[in-house]
Design a protein around this ligand. Structure first.
Ligand code: PMV
Length: 341
C-alpha cells in the first residue's frame, strides 16, 4: 500500500436489537447471538481527512465542536486495529462527525458512529491498497466496527442483521455481522416504524462497557445466554410465518430481560424511569383493548422504542401514541424512524 493525503466521507445508520447482545468475552466476542433492525433515518455522517506523515494524531469535531475525549477514544481504537490496517498510524486525522438525531436520545450513536468510521477506514484502505472485493470491504468494515462498539457491526447492513454465531443462520459469525436471509422474512416484518419516546435525557447511569462487564458475575448470565440461543430458533419460525403476536411477545420479553439482568447485577442498576413503566403499561392496555400491533423495545436506558408495522392500522396507532403517550406524558418528545427493506 501507499499512503497519501485523502479525504473520505461516509454515512451509517443506527440499529435497534430485537434479540439483545448483553455480555461479552475478550476481544469483543459476544456471549450470545443478537439480531437487529437497521434504522433508516437515524444516521451518523462522518468525514475523515487523512494527512500522511510520521506522527500519528487524531482531532475530532462533533457537530462542529472540537471534542478531545472522543479523539482519545478514537486514538485508542486506531492503535487497537493496527494489526488489521497496517497503515493506520501513519498520519494525522481530522474527523468531523454529526448525527441526524439528538445526542441525548439514547439512540445508539456509538453504533452509527463506529459504523461510519469503519466505512471511512475501509474506503481509505481501498484507496491505499487498490481495488478490493466489495463484499469483503463491507464485511471487514463490520469486523472493524465491532472492535469499536459491538452492536456497531450490525449497522453495516440494511434490514434484519445478525451478529454472533448461531446454528439458525448459516454464515453467522462472532467476528462480523451478516444479513438475515431475505427468503426467511415474511412480508409483514419488512416495513416497520420505530418511534423513540424520549423519557429521560442526559448521561446514561451505566455505560455499556460496565453493563457487559456485570454479566461476568451475574448468577443468571449463563441461563440468559442459553435463552438467547433458544429465542433465535423461535424467532426464525416467527419471521418465516409472519406470526405478529409471537413476534411482539419475543421482542418485549427480550427488552425486559435486558433490564432484569441489570437489576440482578451486583451492583444493581435500574435503567427504567417511572415514565418508562407508565408507557409500557399504556401500551399493554392499548393492546388489550384494541388488539392492534403496537409494542416496545428498550436499549440500556429509559427511553422507549415504539414499534409498529407500517400499513396495519397505522393511523389508529399513531393517533394513540400522539394522544396518550406524547401529549399526556411528561416526556421530552419523540424521534421517528422507519425500517424498510
Ligand atoms: O455495542 P455496545 O457495547 O454499546 O452494546 C450495546 C448493547 C445493547 O444496545 C443494549 C443491545 C444490543 O444488542 O444492541
Amino acid at each position: 500500500y501507499t499512503v497519501s493525503n485523502k479525504k473520505v466521507s461516509e454515512s451509517c445508520p443506527s440499529n435497534i436489537a430485537l434479540i439483545k447482545y448483553w455480555g461479552k468475552y475478550e476481544n469483543q466476542i459476544p456471549a450470545n447471538p443478537s439480531i437487529s433492525y437497521t434504522l433508516n433515518l437515524c444516521k451518523t455522517n462522518t468525514e475523515i481527512e487523512f494527512v500522511a506523515g510520521d506522527t500519528f494524531s487524531v482531532q475530532t469535531f462533533l457537530a462542529g465542536n472540537e471534542e478531545s475525549k472522543f479523539a482519545e477514544k478514537i486514538e485508542k481504537y486506531f492503535k487497537n486495529i493496527e494489526e488489521y490496517l497496517p497503515w493506520i498510524l501513519k498520519g494525522k486525522y481530522i474527523i468531523r462527525t454529526e448525527n441526524t438525531f439528538p445526542h441525548s436520545s439514547g439512540i445508539a450513536s456509538s453504533a452509527s458512529g463506529f459504523g461510519a468510521i469503519a466505512k471511512c477506514l475501509m474506503e481509505l484502505d481501498e484507496q491505499f491498497s487498490g481495488k478490493v472485493d466489495q463484499d469483503f470491504k463491507l464485511r471487514k468494515a463490520s469486523f472493524l466496527a465491532r472492535l469499536g462498539s459491538g452492536s456497531a457491526c450490525r449497522s453495516l447492513y440494511d434490514g434484519l442483521v445478525v451478529w454472533g454465531e448461531t446454528k439458525e443462520v448459516s454464515g453467522s459469525s462472532d467476528l462480523f455481522a451478516v444479513r438475515y436471509p431475505n427468503e426467511g422474512i415474511h412480508e409483514v416484518f419488512r416495513n416497520f416504524n420505530d418511534w423513540v419516546l424520549l423519557i429521560h435525557e442526559g448521561e446514561k447511569s451505566v455505560s455499556s462497557t460496565v453493563g457487559h462487564g456485570l454479566m461476568n458475575t451475574n448468577p443468571y448470565a449463563e441461563r440468559r445466554f442459553q435463552e438467547a440461543h433458544e429465542n433465535f430458533a423461535t424467532l426464525k419460525t416467527i419471521l418465516k410465518n409472519g406470526d405478529m403476536a409471537a413476534f411482539i411477545k419475543m421482542v418485549e420479553h427480550e427488552a425486559l430481560t435486558l433490564h432484569a439482568m441489570m437489576m440482578m447485577s451486583e451492583p444493581a442498576f435500574i435503567l427504567m424511569k417511572s415514565g418508562t413503566l407508565a408507557v409500557i403499561n399504556k401500551i399493554w392496555q392499548f393492546r388489550k383493548e384494541t388488539s392492534l400491533p403496537l409494542f416496545f423495545t428498550l436499549d440500556a436506558g429509559a427511553n422507549v422504542h415504539l414499534l409498529f408495522p407500517a400499513n396495519i392500522d397505522e393511523d389508529k396507532i399513531q393517533e394513540f401514541i400522539i394522544r396518550e403517550l406524547i401529549q399526556h406524558t411528561q416526556n421530552n418528545g419523540v424521534v421517528k424512524d422507519v425500517m424498510r427493506f
